[in-house]
Design a protein around this ligand. Structure first.
Ligand SMILES: Cc1cn([C@H]2C[C@H](O)[C@@H](COP(=O)(O)OP(=O)(O)OP(=O)(O)O)O2)c(=O)[nH]c1=O
Length: 204
């Protein structure tokens, strides 16, 4: 059996996803959108759409866009991986904050509550699409206004679903989790490994 690390295109701007893949020994080539590429509406929630339906649909769309990008650029064929992470408080989807004030509002909603983090992963390889979903539960401690202000001022909430990153300062405000720590960060280790193995790209 070959011990050479599998190689793939990663269609994600998330530095966490890249770091995780590299930590698992995968080599990745970033396949990011063209500056003019129309991503408008990609992450828009449909009326009454359940969080799991939403996250799987958006991930699939990201994958379709990425595969089209690969073909448009005339790049060598190869596996393409992408993911989407969504924070859900009940049926309410909490996206990325638009501003520090918005981040503070989201954190007030999460304070003292249990919420779900859903990460969908999709892989296109040799004409087939493989998909997986990771579901985790996160219990935030009750946050004081001073803690929220401190955390927002750190800048960490921006660009992150639910306005927090468990891998950073927010880890100090999370009482417990169940599910997948890496899934909460944006790329679930176990589900991703299973997905890659199913496509013939086993890591271990
Ligand atoms: C809940 C949580 C989210 N996040 C991040 C992971 C994702 O980068 C981000 C959710 O946004 P996504 O839309 O899933 O990803 P992205 O916009 O960063 O990148 P792309 O669409 O190009 O793949 O939130 C953390 O880093 N830690 C956490 O604890």
């Amino acid at each position: 059996m070959s011990t050479e690390a599998p190689w793939l295109y990663l269609a994600s701007q998330s530095p966490r996803r890249r770091q995780l893949l590299e930590q698992w020994g995968l080599r990745c080539e970033l396949l990011l959108p063209d500056p003019h590429e129309d991503a408008e509406g990609l992450e828009v929630v449909r009326p009454n759409e359940a969080p799991a339906t939403y996250v799987k649909r958006v991930t699939r769309l990201k994958l379709e866009h990425a595969v089209a990008r690969l073909q448009r650029r005339g790049l060598p064929d190869g596996p393409v991986l992408c993911a989407d992470t969504t924070v859900a408080l009940g049926r309410q989807i909490l996206g990325k904050p638009d501003s520090p004030e918005h981040a503070a509002q989201i954190l007030r909603l999460l304070s003292g509550q249990r919420h779900q983090v859903l990460t969908a992963v999709a892989l296109a390889h040799q004409g087939q699409v493989h998909q997986a979903l990771s579901r985790s539960t996160v219990q935030f401690s009750s946050l004081t206004e001073a803690q929220i202000a401190h955390y927002v001022a750190s800048g960490e909430p921006m660009g992150k679903a639910g306005a927090y990153g468990i891998q950073g300062l927010a880890g100090l405000l999370i009482a417990r989790i169940s599910g997948s720590y890496t899934g909460i960060m944006g790329l679930p280790a176990f589900e991703s490994a299973q997905l890659l193995a199913a496509a013939g790209l086993a890591i271990i």
